[in-house]
Design a protein around this ligand. Sequence first.
Ligand SMILES: *Cc1c(COP(=O)(O)O)cnc(C)c1O
Length: 335
Amino acid sequence: MVSYQLPTQLAAIPRFPLLEGATPIQALPRLSKQLGVKLFVKRDDLMGLGGGGNKLRKLEFLLGEAMALGADTIITVGGRQSNHARLTAAAAARAGLACELVLTRNVPRHDEAYQHNGNILLDELFGATLHDLPGEADALAYAEARAEELRACGQRVYVCPLGGSSPLGCLGYVACAWEISAQANAMELDFAQLIVPNGSGGTHAGLAAGFALLEGHAQRVKSYTVLAPLSQAKATTEQKVADTLALLQASHPQPEILLDGEHLGEGYGIPTDEMKEAVQFLARTEGLLLDPVYGGKAFAGLLHDIRSQRYQPGASILFLMTGGVPGLFAYRSAF
Ligand SMILES: *Cc1c(COP(=O)(O)O)cnc(C)c1O
């Protein structure tokens, strides 16, 4: 296990522990040989709670605040197959909090598996109360109104934003930048690029803020947008980087961030052929599972960029596996 020290401002912020230490970085020798680069994966899909995934890093800080405020209930928002909602429900169960999920039907998939399998099945197993809203509804406004209703009955409610991507939630990935940096040093690995999917932008923003503090720039991190179009995703992510650095009272200048908007396809949660090819390729070459909404599209983008020679032959690349495997069961008809 690698050891490293977090900056004191970060170490002082309350955390509710949900991870058991560093997640592994693994080499993918068969895939690397086929592609002519050295590909590694950071396994943030391997965590001990609720099926694991990137949202648990954010939830450590969000629940840390909720517990410090004496909350007894947590409410969050997301799409019907939200991994963040599922992991909030699991983390709430562990922390002994009631959990309510405000879920919108914002993806045009209406089959039985999408509506009732995958994350939805697990949300119910974790004991969450579900609110089913139409696609165009303002989930956060609904959540705030529901919180007021519960507060009027004496409950102490904590409302958590989309994807857990408040500046506080982003700290989970600031800390992860330190973790990755220490692991890379121990493995004597200097990867040219760290690849992540960009949904609500908190994962990219946290890592960008972390690497800016560690290295003076954030060029090591690159994301592929899977939710917002490029210009909007860029603006949101930059704002989150600025807010996260401000929360840490870091006087670092705003780093330039790298995003690619070419692999979103028709929109959030809508499968693309190259996503399906990417999910199958990783499964059949290395036995690893990506989800169809985030990791599948980001990995499709990475494969495209490697195949079109945007990387030096033999370059080391680290792909962040963010979890979301339950989504595969919801997308049965797409495969
Ligand atoms: C939420 C999510 C992401 C995107 O993370 P953001 O911080 O919202 O950009 C990526 N992969 C999976 C599996 C997710 O659930």
